[in-house]
Every structure is written in C-alpha cells, then in structure tokens.
Design a protein around this ligand. Structure first.
Ligand code: ZN
Length: 209
C-alpha cells in the first residue's frame, strides 16, 4: 500500500488515505513481537565471524532489540519523519492520535515512515554500507523463503564476481530471468530458516557471548 511519493507529497487526500490505512493495519496487527527466528539472528549477530545483517523487512524489531551490525535497507516503520525539515516522531504517537500526523516544528502534515515509497530509491548510504559488507565477506547467506528481490539478486552477483560463496535458504525452488544461478559458488538449501539458524548457532557456539 505504499503510495507514489510524488502524489504523497502533493496531494492531501493521498496522505489522508495512507494514514488511515496505515493506522488500520497497525491496529489489526497488534503489537509486534520478536519471532524465534529474529531471536536467533540477534544471537548469531554477536559472533565475530558475522560481518553484518542486511534486513529487507520493515518491522524495525531487530533494531529496537539492540542489533548492532544491522542495515535496514528498506527502512522501518517504527518512526515517521518530516520530508520538509527532517524532524522525526515515534509511530506509536501517530497511531494513538491522528493529530500527531503533523510536524512539530514546521506544522506541515507531510510526515512519512522511513521506508521508500513508490518512486523512491533505497537510502544510498545504506546501499554503500551493504556493498562494503558484500565486498569483504566470504559467505553470503540469504533467508529467502520463496522470493528473491532484484536487490537481493544484485547482492548475489557482487559476491559471485568475487568467487565467494552464497547459500540461499528457501522453501521452494527459485528461478530468475535476470540471473543465472548455475555457478559452483551458489547453493540452494531447501531447509527451514529455523533449522538453518540453529546450525549457525551451533557453528558459532563458542564465540557467541
Ligand atoms: Zn517539518
């Protein structure tokens, strides 16, 4: 339900509809809690062998729970910011009171959550940090379930060109028209993320504080 950024900026109605939908979904979902997989990711992230975690989810839970080496490439919905002056605000304030959907300093109602809307790019800063990680890692592990986004495929390409390894943990066979997965350095592992995370915890066991 991400609106087009141009419309969002210029049209009051688009902003109103977005806010109403956002609040509705947020209330239906209830408060978000750490899944057991996220708990495992937070544990593994502490190991020295892990360069970092790139998350394409937008729940913000890893960050809220203290992840240190995390890049939230798609941003997260736990805060809104003013696209005129940059002031930010906790999403919960807006959920509780629609009047909070206005900037405290410039009083414009063009707050948006820090996720790219249609027509917006990823944060270039976060992209550069991701490329740095991908250019120094020995292994890229992707928890894909049943989908690989174009940006994920571009990451596989970076690691593949360096002749390093990629493991794709998924629940079904994944094909792509834009990438050839036949390289010896790319393995598909048909296992649940849950089990694979367990094996990582076992592998890094002694090094996890
Ligand atoms: Zn403002």
């Amino acid at each position: 339900m991400r609106p087009e950024i141009r419309k969002f900026r210029s049209d009051e109605d688009t902003r109103r509809v977005f806010l109403e939908d956002f609040i509705k979904v947020f209330k239906q979902t209830g408060s978000l809690e750490l899944s057991s997989n996220y708990k495992k990711v937070l544990q593994i992230e502490k190991a020295n062998e892990i360069l970092g975690v790139i998350n394409l989810n937008i729940d913000g839970l890893l960050k809220l729970n203290g992840a240190q080496k995390l890049i939230e490439l798609e941003g997260n919905i736990s805060w809104f910011y003013c696209s005129k002056c940059g002031m930010d605000k906790d999403t919960n304030l807006i959920i509780q009171n629609k009047d909070e959907f206005a900037c405290n300093s410039c009083h414009k109602n063009i707050l948006k959550p820090s996720i790219p809307f249609v027509g917006q790019e990823f944060s270039q800063w976060d992209m550069k940090d991701s490329w740095m990680m991908l250019n120094s890692c020995d292994n890229l592990i992707i928890f894909a379930d049943n989908f690989l986004s174009p940006v994920t495929i571009s990451f596989i390409d970076i690691v593949e060109k360096r002749m390093k390894n990629t493991k794709i943990i998924c629940s079904e066979s994944l094909n792509s028209d834009i990438f050839d997965f036949s390289s010896n350095n790319i393995d598909f592992i048909y296992e649940s993320s849950d089990l694979f995370l367990d094996s990582l915890i076992e592998a890094f066991g002694d090094n996890i504080i």
